[in-house]
Design a protein around this ligand. Structure first.
Ligand code: GSH
Length: 207
């Protein structure tokens, strides 16, 4: 079958890749799963992605990608008309790479380790401490990124896949009221991104 399969779940980071697929006009189908619930869906997901995470992307030739940043860069390779990433000769490329890796390498893991601390440590004071320290780290990271973003897009006048991360992740904890107060530049980027009808349609489906 000559289309991509995006395995995702409502409200998850798969929304970012769903937006990227739509904006780039790449033929795809969506498989939504209750990814944490035992069952045939999770069994299949674990075969494709041993971490059991979404998004997981199955390429038309059957190869599997399990990292959203890699998917974004790949979609830019196959459909550059989507403008998901600045090319190597564009000056915005440096900020793009830096912030993309900051989002997936530093911010995203705060959800992995902070959302359900007893999964990683003993329930009780150790879990409470892990939760509190990870939340503080997340707030520091968002403030740091807020200080680096341009307007109206993360990269200034140029749209990129970074805008898709921001508009999706501002829907996650600590939530949009917190962003409005503490990270107004990020909030402005998120609202600008929503003006794209593909982004708006995906946000409506997920949140
Ligand atoms: N580094 C991955 C992170 C993906 C991720 O953590 N996804 C969440 C859902 S939004 C998940 O699957 N969490 C379950 C888990 O980590 O066990 C990416 O950027 O795609």
């Amino acid at each position: 079958m000559n289309e991509y399969e995006l395995i995702g779940s409502p409200g998850c980071g798969s929304a970012i890749i769903e937006m990227a697929l739509r904006i780039s006009g790449v033929p795809h189908r969506l498989t939504d799963l209750p990814y944490l619930e035992p069952g045939p869906g999770r069994d299949r997901l674990l075969k494709l992605n041993p971490l059991g995470q979404v998004p997981t992307l199955v390429l038309p030739d059957g190869r599997v990608m399990t990292e959203s940043a890699a998917m974004l860069l790949h979609l830019h390779d196959v459909a550059p008309q989507g403008q998901l990433a600045p090319s190597a000769d564009e000056p915005e490329r440096v900020s793009f790479l830096h912030l993309l890796l900051r989002l997936v390498g530093a911010v995203y893991p705060t959800f992995t380790f902070g959302d359900d601390p007893p999964k990683w440590t003993l329930a009780g004071p150790a879990a409470d401490r892990l939760h509190d320290t990870v939340m503080a780290r997340r707030a520091d990271l968002w403030r740091e990124i807020n200080a680096q973003v341009g307007a109206p897009h993360v990269l200034g006048t140029r749209f990129s896949g970074l805008d898709l991360y921001i508009t999706t992740m501002t829907h996650w904890r600590p939530g949009r009221d917190w962003f409005k107060t503490h990270c107004p530049a990020l909030m402005a980027v998120a609202l600008q991104a929503e003006k794209n009808p593909h982004v708006a349609a995906v946000l409506k489906r997920h949140f």
